[in-house]
Design a protein. Structure first.
Length: 460
């Protein structure tokens, strides 16, 4: 789209109008957007068109209509994170990454739906209701960036921004058949996100790009990346794209399951197909599963669930009647376990560092990991357990494949490669060590080239 705008093959005005028409047609079915700023988008499009006519230097995203998850501050738009506790909150300023996207020429169409306080892998709340998957409206596009994934997959938005503390970019990308990048904490600033990126959320949570292709992720990443003082994990890491020769020297280790939580047969087949495709691209790809992943899962829950629940408790105390059923359910799981003491929190933090060192040491032999994103493809609204190979997989266990990499603080990208027996998309996950976003995106590019063209859902 950006290239066609630069070549004057299409105009930003035409592009924005096409997306607004798509939103008008499909959003009643999807409920992906919580706010659409049609007039603001048209105003931005006219300004973008004038810049083209004047022959000005154009940014890499000039005229591109995007959307933003409604947990991220966009000036003049709601930033409610799906909760009645923040109903009517309107951002007074743009988050730094939003400013960077605007400076690159992006046009913001609106913002998208989330579960309450982002604490679910299904997008539904008492403010705006349920978001549906464009591949099957009876199923969820995932959470917590479910509205974002649905909008992008359905062609209502060219690309956008999600956030991820336990799979919240990657699971929706997997469920909705698009690509998503979970970066290293601090590589893309989480400044302006709610919940705020401090404490355990700063260790685990990130914001990152979501799009239909890896090439689009790469453009968005380059625009969004870079340190900001408002993110406690920030570091001045330069962008370093590997040469293809250097890339092909990397060994890829893949595994189809973690030995604890089973995956569907189609998920297993998707990982195998991705491994074969990467071999065909010239990589050395071997079976390998690092030790320590189960410890990473348990420690993730201690930080995200228990410590995160303690951080949110003062906000929700006394407002229980305003909370959604999904948040109440999540809170009940947290309440069933003891709260942290200073000692248990310190122990958890130390063990996190120990596990990270153990896993990263093993990854010297296999710097790239290939594995499932989740146990299952998109589930029906409200489901909380599934039968796989005669074993019951519970809700919190199904996403452990994503949660490891939040605890480890590593970048991971999702690429759609397969289909379930019901025609639902299945993605695979490519991970590397911290600050190596360029490696996972480069490997994902090779996989995508082997896979072929992106497939759109048949929603109209």
């Amino acid at each position: 789209m950006a290239e066609q705008i630069r070549q004057k093959m299409i105009s930003p005005i035409e592009l924005v109008e096409a997306h607004l028409a798509r939103i008008e047609k499909l959003n009643p079915k999807l409920n992906a957007f919580v706010q659409v700023d049609a007039e603001g988008a048209r105003r931005q499009a006219r300004a973008a068109e004038d810049a083209v006519v004047r022959g000005e230097m154009l940014g890499p995203l000039h005229g591109i209509p995007i959307s933003i998850k409604s947990s991220m501050e966009v000036k003049g738009m709601r930033c409610e994170a799906g909760t009645k506790l923040r109903a009517g909150f309107v951002a007074a300023q743009d988050a730094p990454l939003v400013s960077r996207l605007r400076k690159a020429g992006a046009i913001i169409l609106g913002n998208t739906n989330t579960p309450e306080l982002l604490m679910a892998w299904e997008t539904d709340n008492l403010l705006y209701g349920r978001t549906n998957n464009p591949w099957d409206l009876t199923r969820t596009p995932g959470g917590s960036s479910g509205g974002e994934a649905a909008a992008i997959a359905a062609g209502c938005s060219a690309a956008g921004v999600g956030s991820d503390g336990g799979g919240s970019i990657r699971v929706p990308a997997h469920f909705s058949g698009i690509c998503g990048l979970k970066p290293t904490p601090g590589r893309i600033p989480a400044t302006g996100h709610f919940p705020t990126s401090v404490g355990p959320f700063a260790l685990l949570g990130v914001v990152g790009p979501m799009a239909r292709t890896v090439a689009d992720l790469k453009v968005l990443f380059e625009v969004m990346q870079g340190p900001d003082d408002g993110d406690p994990s920030a570091a001045p890491v330069p962008v370093r794209w590997p040469s293809r020769d250097d890339l092909m020297k990397l060994r890829i280790g893949y595994f189809e399951d973690d030995g604890r939580t089973p995956v569907t047969a189609e998920t297993r087949a998707a990982v195998q197909a991705a491994a074969t495709a990467l071999r065909n691209a010239g990589f050395e790809v071997e079976p390998f599963r690092p030790k320590g992943l189960e410890s990473a899962r348990q420690l993730w829950w201690q930080l995200f669930g228990i410590a995160g629940g303690m951080l949110l408790q003062p906000m929700t105390r006394g407002r229980e009647a305003d909370l959604s059923p999904m948040l109440k359910q999540f809170s009940s799981w947290v309440a069933a376990e003891p709260s942290h003491t200073a000692q248990t929190l310190l122990d958890t933090w130390i063990l996190r560092d120990v596990v990270r060192m153990q896993v990263f040491s093993q990854m010297r032999e296999y710097p790239i990991l290939l594995c499932p994103v989740a146990s299952i493809p998109a589930f029906r609204h409200g489901e909380r357990s599934w039968e796989i190979d005669g074993q019951t997989v519970k809700y919190l266990d199904a996403w452990s494949y994503a949660e490891w990499f939040n605890l480890l603080g590593t970048p991971a990208v999702v690429v759609p490669v397969g289909r379930s027996s019901e025609g639902l998309p299945i993605g695979v996950q490519i991970a590397a060590r911290p600050w190596e976003e360029e490696l996972v995106l480069a490997v994902a590019t090779e996989l995508e080239a082997q896979r072929g063209a992106w497939q759109a859902p048949n929603i109209g």
